[in-house]
Write a protein that binds this ligand. Structure first.
Ligand SMILES: NC(=O)C1=CN([C@@H]2O[C@H](COP(=O)(O)OP(=O)(O)OC[C@H]3O[C@@H](n4cnc5c(N)ncnc54)[C@H](OP(=O)(O)O)[C@@H]3O)[C@@H](O)[C@H]2O)C=CC1
Ligand SMILES: O=C1OC[C@@H](O)[C@H](O)[C@H]1O
Length: 341
């Protein structure tokens, strides 16, 4: 659409998440869309992988612009036609790739977890601030209309009354020893482990449901945690949150020993409870409000594609407005999450 902002994306890496993101944003006909997206360039460790990726995931959408294909990541950063770089490599590469893209003056959206630790994240944000570019952690779930509605129901309409507790669990059953060497789920050097990969979502549900604020204005809960280590990675993590100001508690767990459950989050309050359902906590489907002594109410949502276009559209509006941060996932919120983890 002519009036919408257009983002020309440079995709870094051709793995699973790049496939998911690209497949969604190349489509031009989402209901409720507010931006146009062009896959301007794709960079990979191998030009051949890049070609296959473009044929399989970009060409079927018949875009008017054909992506430029590169056998390296640096060429994406140096491409003057790229507005924003999307980084879809394993966690341990995020920091350096963000820094390289920023150095070349590019805006960046980097997959979760933003970095391996809070110190790395601080370094990247400092570089982005100095260079005057936009950067955001791609915590896509926060951009779902379901998440926004749930926050309204909890924090504005206060349908649960006083919020007491949130439980969230993300399970993915994996036979880690049987995974190939070099799998990001197995190799500690790539950031393998449940907490950074999926516990980050349990924590997201905890933080967003227990407080109405994100980033700088938000209260930092007290945190206690334990982890179970096997095969050199955390196969189970539990993070307990305690908000001193109001006594709210979060029980945020993750494991690679057990499969996901579709009733993955439960928020309890003085007037009832809410259960959030979906295949995995990263992509929720609907939620149900169970008022004490009343009739349950189900909240359903359209889910176009996999659900990546909401975060992509939000970035487009930020770039159009010349912002360096996104208000749904500001830098301080990434730092808060990284600090807790
Ligand atoms: N938002 C979400 O729902 C999801 C987010 N993620 C996040 O995205 C990131 C990537 O995950 P995912 O796509 O599943 O990973 P994959 O292993 O499927 O792909 C990672 C890609 O990174 C590139 N790469 C560069 N160096 C390496 C290396 N040493 N080992 C492996 N890959 C390398 C490769 O692309 P090439 O050869 O083309 O350069 C590879 O295909 C992770 O940080 C993860 O947390 C993942 C899944 C879902
Ligand atoms: O971010 C993610 O969400 C979905 C999971 O299946 C995946 O492992 C993880 O990286």
């Amino acid at each position: 659409m002519a009036d919408f902002p257009t983002v020309r994306w440079g995709i870094v890496a051709t793995g699973m998440i790049s496939e998911w993101f690209v497949t969604d944003v190349v489509k031009s006909d989402w209901p409720g869309k507010s931006a146009n997206h062009v896959i301007q360039a794709i960079g990979s460790s191998s030009l051949e992988k890049c070609q296959k990726f473009a044929e399989k995931f970009v060409a079927p959408a018949k875009p008017s612009v054909q992506p430029t294909l590169y056998g390296s990541y640096q060429e994406i950063y140096d491409d003057p036609n790229v507005d924003c770089v999307y980084i879809g490599t394993p966690h341990s590469f995020h920091k350096q790739m963000c820094l390289d893209a920023i150095e070349a003056g590019k805006n960046v959206v980097c997959e979760k977890p933003f970095a391996m630790n809070v110190k790395q994240a601080e370094e990247v944000f400092a570089a982005a601030e100095k260079k005057g570019v936009f950067i955001m952690e791609a915590l896509w779930t926060r951009f779902y209309p379901l998440m926004k509605t749930l926050q309204k129901v909890l924090h504005e309409e206060k349908r649960l009354g006083t919020i007491y507790r949130t439980f969230c669990d993300f399970g993915l059953e994996m036979d880690i020893p049987c995974l190939p060497d070099g799998s990001r789920y197995k190799d500690p050097a790539l950031g393998a482990g449940s907490l950074l990969d999926i516990g980050i979502y349990s924590l997201t549900w905890g933080l967003t449901t227990l407080s109405d604020k994100v980033g700088e204005g938000a209260e930092d809960p007290e945190v206690s945690s334990t982890q179970t280590i096997a095969y050199e990675v955390d196969v189970a993590s539990q993070v307990l949150l305690h908000y001193r100001s109001n006594g709210r508690q979060g029980i945020c767990t993750s494991t690679t020993n057990c499969p996901p459950k579709d009733d993955f989050a439960r928020i309890e309050g003085s007037k009832g409870h809410i259960i959030v359902y979906g295949k995995e906590p990263s992509h929720p489907d609907h939620f149900v409000f169970y008022p004490k002594g009343g009739k349950e109410e189900r909240y359903d949502f359209d889910k176009p594609g996999r659900g990546f276009f909401w975060e992509a559209d939000a970035v487009a509006l930020d770039l159009q407005a010349g912002r360096q941060q996104n208000e749904t996932m500001p830098w301080a919120e990434t730092l808060r999450m990284m600090n807790i983890m």
